[in-house]
Each structure stands twice: as structure tokens, then as C-alpha cells.
Design a protein around this ligand. Structure first.
Ligand code: NAD
Length: 499
């Protein structure tokens, strides 16, 4: 295990003892510019231009994840109490993305040969897809392995060199990364720095060719401002309050309850696309709560229908976030209508609850990022649409409905990063482009869309010398004949278009 951090063993209660904080020693901070300089020098040698090299690094990543799967699962458990099942599917399984990138790379990187006017066909018009250069990837603690490796897949596929800065709040995973990254990746291509605000602030002073940040919007603004000083492009993968809307006609609420709880209970609600609150007509609220209670009894029958002490359920990451979520619950003026207010302060674990309230409640002022659902009454689908559009655009919007007209209304009249009908979080399972809009972020990750973030479209032509006569129109003096010709060229026929 790494020397600058550690994964603690299981405590007496069978759960992991809480991990220690660790960082790059302060004395090494001045060396950060050296890392940046090394990666830039390496990039300039064209190290990542050959596709074979990119595939080699992607394969190394996939091996780093699969060959050390048990170590990753332990580290993730130590940081978040995440059950091994969730660590496998939602973190280690991201290695599939590296494998997909290897398979798709030839197609993704193929230069584009656009259709052009016949007078330009002999100019070899080509759009080359070139790497941006040396990129900085800053990741958060909630899916600490996934959210570092997922953007790295895209950065490597696109031919960039990268510096990784994982979260100090997932110290066991960050320490394991610090140990394994140098063993698997070419140091001329991927380097890693551990640390918190101080180290990241230093890194942000340097000029990167792209910054990919995942985390909260307040820090997202700091990143965007720092990047603006160098005109560096950024991808911001942020969060927000993702609503669940219930349009109850014809729905099987037993299935709806399972699908909602699945999204909220994964990683104890600490998922960027976790459903945050429920919008539901009054008449369907009691049946929905009853169906959720039945689901809990089924899923957690070994622990009396309660998740709190179940090994199939995680915990809040640290005391600060535990107190924050608890504070929101205490300040809420709403009424608990599902579950019970129960916590385990030693483990920072919380029993899932639903609190019936309104849009003004403290629970509705920030992303909850924990197993607490506000339940808000809506009259109908139009009421829900207005409620959502009155607020920041969410990262995900979940609409349970069997009505095609309702689906069209949500498509046409709401804005959100993703839109899922009749389930939660499943957009992630399909490999679709992923990204927020407005307060939930800018830019994309996953697959081809992620690759595009780290790619510059470099337009190129090669103008033959024997075309000199054809291009000489552009040279002064601008005779009357040339001006007349320019008029002819610059005024296309505009089609008649009516909505
Ligand atoms: P965090 O506290 O780990 O911070 C994220 C990163 O920012 C860390 O690497 C941290 O070191 C760095 N950082 C923190 N403060 C900084 C500062 N002042 N200056 C520079 N860097 C700083 O994670 P978090 O922000 O608590 O993460 C949770 C948030 O991330 C939630 O809002 C969640 O919705 C969002 N999120 C979004 C996605 C997505 O893909 N859109 C995925 C996961 C999480």
C-alpha cells in the first residue's frame, strides 16, 4: 500500500475504520511546475501521436483496474463504506470504457474528408482530429476511481498527456492511485499529484491545454476563473437537484418505488445523478410511500427493513457532510412520511427517509447528496414542469409516465443534463454522452463525446501551385469585373421557409 496514505482495516463493528487524510508533502509543492514542464516536454516529442501508443496506455489502465480489483474495492469501502457489488459495477467496471476506446479508436481518430465545392476538391481538404496537449483532471470523492479514470480514457484516446489530481476526501483510493499509476502508465504520459485546496490552487496557476473538473459548482467557478486567465478550455461536470416526477396514471408503483430507491440508495445518495426530490400528486403519495416501505422490507429483510446497519448499504463520506445532511433534516419544517430519522454517528450512516414539504424548505435550497428525499405536491404535469424550470437546470430529470404526450412536454419544455423516462440513473449504463447544462455543468464525458472534449479539429488544405490562376481573383486591384464577380459569389438564393 502507498506510503503517503493508508487503507485502514475493518473496525470492531465490522465496518472500515475511517481513513486518514494525506497529501503530497508541502515541501514538494514547488515541484508541481516541474511535473507540468516534464509532461509538456514529453507531449512535444509526439509521444502520443501513434494510435498504438494510445491503445497501449488505455490497455494499461484497464489492467490497472482489473488486476487490482480487490485492492480498489477495499479502498473504496474504507473511504465510503460502499458495498463491493457497487464498487465492481460503478467503479472498477469503468475499465470497459478503456476497452471500448481501444476498439473504437481507429474510427474516432480517422481524419474527416468533408464534402466541399468542386473547385476545392483538389486542395486535399481534411479535418485532422488532434490532441489538445497536456490536460489537468481534477476529480471528487464520491466515485473516486471512476471519475478520475473516465476522463482519462477520453484524454488518452485523444492523444493527450495528463496530470491527475484525485480528491483528498477519498484518501484510501487516492493513495492506491498514487501507488499504482506510476507502475502502469508511462510517466511521460500520465502523472498524479495528491493533495487538497493548496496543491490544486498551485496547479491552477499553470497553463494547461484543457482542464476537466468534476465536483461542486462553487469550486467549478474557481476552476473556470483560473482557466480564463490562460484562455484554457474547461469541462465542468457539476451536480444539482435532480427531480423525480410521478405522472401516476397506469403506473405500477411497486416498480416505480424500486427504481427510485435504487437511485437514491446507491452510495447512500452521494451520486451526482441521484434523484434528489420527488414531485407527486397528493392522491398517489401514500401508495408510493407504502410501496417504498415494502421495497425496503424486501431488500433489507436481514436487518428488519432498515438499511442503516446493512452491509448492502453505504455511508456518508465524512463528519462534515454527515452533519451537513443532518442539519438540513433538522431545519426542515416538513413531516417524515417514509422511514425513520435514524443515524449511526460513529459510521456517519443515515437511514433513508422521505420528508413531505414544499419548494421553500431548507431541503430544497441545495443538492442534498444523502439519503433524504423531499416530497413535494404537484397538481399535474404542467405544474411539475413549471416547478423544475423555475429552478437551476438539473443534471438529470427522471419522469415516470406511461403517457407519450407527457414525454413530449418534458422534452420540449424543460432543460436538464439528461432525461430518463421510467427509471433512475440508467442513462449511465448505456454509454451515452454525459454532461450538465447551466448550473449542472458544461461539456461532456463518456465515449465519443468525451473523446471530442479533448480533441481539436484542425482544418487543413494544401493549395496546388497550378491553381494560381483560379485563386488570383482575391488579389488587388479590385477591378469592376472582380467586384461584380464578388457580388455574384456572396449572395446565395435563400429558400422560402415557413414554420
Ligand atoms: P471534492 O470536495 O472532492 O472536490 C472536488 C475536487 O476539487 C477535489 O479534487 C478537490 O481537491 C478540489 N477542490 C476542492 N476545493 C477546491 C478549491 N478551493 N480550489 C481548487 N480545487 C478545489 O468533491 P465535491 O465537490 O464535494 O463533489 C461532490 C459534488 O460533485 C456534488 O455536487 C456532485 O453532484 C458533483 N459531482 C458531479 C459529477 C458529474 O459527473 N457531473 C460526478 C460526481 C460528483
Amino acid at each position: 500500500m502507498a506510503t503517503n496514505g493508508k487503507v485502514n482495516g475493518n473496525g470492531a463493528n465490522g465496518h472500515a475504520a475511517l481513513p486518514e487524510w494525506h497529501s503530497t508533502p508541502l515541501a514538494e509543492i514547488p515541484k508541481l511546475w516541474q511535473l507540468h514542464a516534464d509532461l509538456n516536454a514529453s507531449f512535444r516529442t509526439g509521444i502520443m501521436w501513434p494510435l498504438a501508443k494510445r491503445k497501449q496506455e488505455l490497455a494499461a489502465m484497464a489492467r490497472m483496474m482489473t488486476e487490482n480489483a480487490e485492492l480498489w474495492a477495499k479502498a473504496i469501502y474504507a473511504d465510503l463504506g460502499k458495498p463491493e457489488f457497487q464498487a465492481n459495477l460503478f467503479e472498477i467496471g469503468i475499465s470497459h470504457q478503456a476497452v471500448t476506446a481501444i476498439a473504437e479508436l481507429d474510427e474516432w481518430t480517422a481524419p474527416l474528408k468533408p464534402d466541399v465545392h468542386e473547385r476545392h476538391t483538389e486542395w486535399s481538404p481534411t479535418v485532422y482530429k488532434v490532441p489538445k496537449g497536456v490536460v489537468l483532471i481534477i476529480s471528487p470523492w464520491n466515485y473516486p476511481l471512476t471519475l478520475t479514470m473516465q476522463p482519462l480514457v477520453a484524454a488518452l484516446a485523444a492523444g493527450n498527456c495528463a496530470l491527475l489530481k484525485p480528491s483528498e476526501l477519498a484518501p484510501s483510493v487516492s493513495a492506491l492511485m498514487a501507488e499504482l499509476v506510476p507502475k502502469y502508465f508511462d510517466p511521460g504520459v500520465v502523472r498524479l499529484v495528491n493533495g487538497g485546496v493548496k496543491e490544486t490552487t498551485r496547479l491552477l496557476e499553470l497553463k494547461w491545454d484543457h482542464i476537466f473538473y468534476t465536483g461542486n459548482g462553487a469550486v467549478g467557478r474557481i476552476i473556470a476563473q483560473a482557466a480564463a486567465r490562460h484562455l484554457t478550455p474547461v469541462t465542468l461536470e457539476l451536480g444539482g437537484k435532480s427531480p423525480v416526477v410521478i405522472d401516476p396514471t397506469g403506473l405500477d408503483l411497486n416498480i416505480v418505488a424500486k427504481r427510485i430507491l435504487h437511485g437514491k440508495l446507491a452510495n447512500a445518495g452521494q451520486t451526482c445523478v441521484a434523484p434528489d426530490y420527488i414531485l407527486c400528486p397528493e392522491a398517489s403519495q401514500k401508495p408510493l410511500m407504502a410501496a417504498m416501505t415494502k421495497t425496503m422490507e424486501e431488500w433489507f429483510h436481514e436487518t428488519g427493513g432498515k438499511a442503516l446497519r446493512s452491509p448492502h448499504y453505504g455511508r456518508i463520506v465524512n463528519e462534515r457532510h454527515f452533519r451537513r445532511v443532518q442539519g438540513l433534516v433538522e431545519k426542515s419544517k416538513g413531516e417524515v412520511v417514509f422511514g425513520e430519522k435514524q443515524t449511526d454517528p460513529e459510521r456517519y450512516a443515515m437511514e433513508p427517509i422521505v420528508i413531505k414539504t414544499d419548494g421553500e424548505d431548507d431541503l430544497m435550497k441545495e443538492e442534498i447528496f444523502g439519503p433524504v428525499f423531499p416530497l413535494i405536491t404537484i397538481k399535474d404535469v404542467d405544474d411539475a414542469i413549471n416547478f423544475i424550470e423555475d429552478r437551476d437546470h438539473p443534471l438529470s430529470l427522471y419522469v415516470f409516465t406511461k403517457n407519450d404526450e407527457t414525454k413530449q412536454k418534458f422534452l420540449a419544455r424543460t432543460r436538464s443534463g439528461g432525461l430518463v423516462f421510467n427509471d433512475t440513473m440508467e442513462q449511465l449504463a448505456v454509454g451515452l454522452p454525459f454532461g450538465g447544462v447551466g448550473e449542472s455543468g458544461m461539456g461532456y464525458t463518456v465515449g465519443r463525446a468525451g473523446y471530442d472534449q479533448f480533441t481539436h479539429l484542425r482544418a487543413s488544405v494544401d493549395v496546388p501551385y497550378d491553381h494560381e490562376e483560379a485563386v488570383s481573383l482575391r488579389y488587388p486591384p479590385y477591378t469592376e469585373e472582380k467586384v461584380n464577380l464578388s457580388k455574384l459569389i456572396s449572395r446565395p438564393e435563400v429558400p422560402n421557409v415557413h414554420a
